[in-house]
Design a protein around this ligand. Structure first.
Ligand SMILES: Cc1cc2nc3c(=O)[nH]c(=O)nc-3n(C[C@H](O)[C@H](O)[C@H](O)COP(=O)(O)OP(=O)(O)OC[C@H]3O[C@@H](n4cnc5c(N)ncnc54)[C@H](O)[C@@H]3O)c2cc1C
Length: 413
C-alpha cells in the first residue's frame, strides 16, 4: 500500500525547500503531510570554507519570502552582503561617467537594493528550515507518475510509491516532473556561457553591484563582504573557452580590460565555473493535481540576476492561491491551480522577454545602436521618476507581487 501525503515536492533546491517551508508556515497542511523527494539533501556546509562560486543577488521581495519561512535570519552575516547601488554602463560609455546609470537606495528611501548571498549556505538553510518545521525528506529519484481525478500517484527509483493531492515540480531546468506530465517547453540556447569566479580588485566595490554591457555579453561584479567581488561574465561560447584556458594572470589582465578600469587591476582568486545559458519556458505550469515552480517552469538569462527571485515569487504566489481555496476545493483542484498559472506565467514571460530583449540590444557591436544605448542609459540617469521605477523593479516590489507575511519587527518590511 502506498503512503499518502497532502503535498509532495520534487526537488531539494532552494525553490523546493521554500515551497515546503511556506506551505507549513501558512498552515495549509500539517508538516508531516508535506514531503520533499530529491536525489540528495545538502543540509550541511563547512562554515570555514570559502564562499561558494555560485552566489545569488536577491531582491527585497525574495528577502521577505525567506523571512516568512524563517531562513533569512539563519543566514550568517558573513554569507550575505547588502548592496546600496547598482551601476550599469554600456561598453561605448564609461563607468560613473557618460552613458552610465546609477540606482541608489537612498533615492527611494530604502536601506539597500538587495543582497548577495552564498548559494550553498542559502540552500542548506532553506532545507534545514523545512526539516526543522517537520517536512518529510525522501531521498530517491522520481521514476513514474500517474494522475487521477483526485490524486497524483508517484513511483520512485527505489520501488517506493506515494500518493498526494498535489505534486509540485521544483526539480530545475531539466525537470523530470515536467517531462512525466507531458508538458513541453519553448525557448532557445544563447550562444553564451556565463563564467563565475571570485576576484580581488585594486579599487573597492563600494557595496555596489556593477554591470558593463559588452558586445559579447554582460560582465557583472557583485560585492562580497570581505572586499572581493563575485563576477558573472557572460560571453560567446568560443570566447569563454579561450578565457578559461588562460592562466590566472592572463585571465586577470583580460578581466581588468573588460571592466573598463572601473576597479583598477583585478586578480582572479578562485577557480572559474561555467554555465551554458538558455531561455526556456514551460508551455503549461499546471495539470490536475500538479504544478511547476522555479526553473522547472522558466529559465531566464542571468543578466539581471532574476531567475531565483522569480522562482521565490512563484512559491509565494502558489501558497497564496492555495490558501484561497474555498469550500470543498482541494489543493490539487485544476481551477485553483489555473489562478496561479495565469498570475505567474504572465509575470515570468514578461521578465524573460525583458532579459532576452536587453541581451539582444546590448550584445551587439553596431555603432549606431551603441551610441543610442549609451545616450538612453544617460537619459534614464537624468530622469528621477523613471530611475525610481527601475529601482522598485530591482527590489521586486512592483508588478503583481504576492502579499508577504513578514514579521512586523523586521527592519526591511
Ligand atoms: C550564472 C548564473 C547566475 C545566476 N545568478 C542569479 C542571481 O544572481 N539571482 C537570481 O535570482 N537567480 C540567478 N540565477 C538563476 C538561479 O540559479 C536559478 O533560477 C535557481 O537556482 C533555480 O532554483 P530551482 O530550485 O528552481 O532549481 P535547482 O537549483 O536546479 O534545483 C533543482 C533540484 O531538484 C533536484 N532534482 C532534479 N531532478 C530530480 C529528480 N528527477 N528527482 C529528484 N530530484 C531531482 C536537484 O538535485 C536540485 O536540488 C543564476 C543562474 C546562472 C546560470
Amino acid at each position: 500500500m502506498s503512503r499518502e501525503f497532502d503535498i509532495v515536492i520534487v526537488g531539494a533546491g532552494i525553490i523546493g525547500a521554500v515551497t515546503a517551508g511556506l506551505v507549513v508556515s501558512r498552515g495549509l497542511c500539517a508538516p508531516n503531510r508535506v514531503a520533499i523527494i530529491a536525489d540528495r539533501f545538502p543540509t550541511d556546509f563547512d562554515a570555514n570554507a570559502d564562499w561558494e562560486l555560485r552566489v545569488f543577488a536577491l531582491s527585497r521581495a525574495s528577502e521577505r519570502v525567506l523571512r516568512e519561512c524563517r531562513v533569512w535570519e539563519r543566514m550568517p552575516a558573513d554569507r550575505r552582503c547588502a548592496y546600496e547601488r547598482i551601476c550599469v554602463w554600456d561598453a561605448s560609455g564609461s563607468p560613473q561617467g557618460r552613458g552610465c546609470v546609477i540606482f541608489d537606495c537612498a533615492e527611494i528611501g530604502e536601506p539597500n537594493l538587495g543582497s548577495i548571498v552564498d548559494a550553498r549556505v542559502l540552500q542548506a538553510h532553506c532545507l534545514r528550515a523545512a526539516r526543522d518545521a517537520g517536512v518529510v525528506f525522501i531521498e530517491a529519484a522520481l521514476r513514474g507518475l500517474e494522475l487521477s481525478d483526485a490524486s497524483a500517484h508517484i513511483a520512485l527509483g527505489d520501488g517506493r510509491e506515494f500518493r498526494c493531492k498535489l505534486l509540485v515540480g521544483a526539480d530545475g531546468t531539466a525537470s523530470r516532473t515536467r517531462e512525466l506530465l507531458g508538458i513541453g517547453t519553448a525557448g532557445h540556447a544563447y550562444d553564451q556561457d556565463a563564467m563565475v569566479a571570485h576576484v580581488r580588485s585594486e579599487k573597492p566595490h563600494q557595496n555596489s553591484a556593477w554591470q558593463r554591457f559588452l558586445p559579447s555579453g554582460p560582465l557583472a561584479f557583485l560585492p562580497l563582504p570581505d572586499g572581493r567581488s563575485s563576477i558573472v561574465w557572460s560571453t560567446s561560447r568560443s570566447d569563454a573557452a579561450r578565457l578559461r584556458a588562460l592562466d590566472a594572470r592572463a585571465f586577470s589582465a583580460e578581466l581588468s580590460a573588460a571592466s573598463d578600469g572601473a576597479f583598477g587591476a583585478c586578480e582572479l582568486v578562485s577557480p572559474i565555473a561555467g554555465f551554458p545559458l538558455q531561455l526556456q519556458y514551460a508551455e503549461d505550469y499546471v495539470a490536475p493535481n500538479a504544478v511547476l515552480v522555479g526553473d522547472a517552469a522558466h529559465v531566464v538569462h542571468p543578466l539581471a540576476g532574476q531567475g531565483l527571485n522569480l522562482g521565490l515569487l512563484d512559491c509565494a504566489a502558489l501558497v497564496e492561491v492555495l490558501a484561497g481555496a474555498t469550500g470543498a476545493q482541494q489543493v490539487g483542484d485544476l481551477r485553483l491551480l489555473r489562478r496561479y498559472e495565469r498570475w505567474r506565467k504572465s509575470e515570468n514571460l514578461l521578465a524573460a522577454a525583458a532579459m532576452d530583449g536587453i541581451d539582444r540590444l546590448f550584445s551587439n557591436g553596431n555603432p549606431v545602436l551603441a551610441s543610442l544605448r549609451s545616450a538612453s542609459l544617460g537619459a534614464v540617469g537624468q530622469l528621477p521618476f523613471i530611475k525610481r521605477q527601475f529601482a522598485r523593479r530591482a527590489l521586486g516590489l512592483s508588478g503583481d507581487v504576492p502579499a508577504f507575511r513578514v514579521d512586523r519587527s523586521s527592519p526591511h518590511r
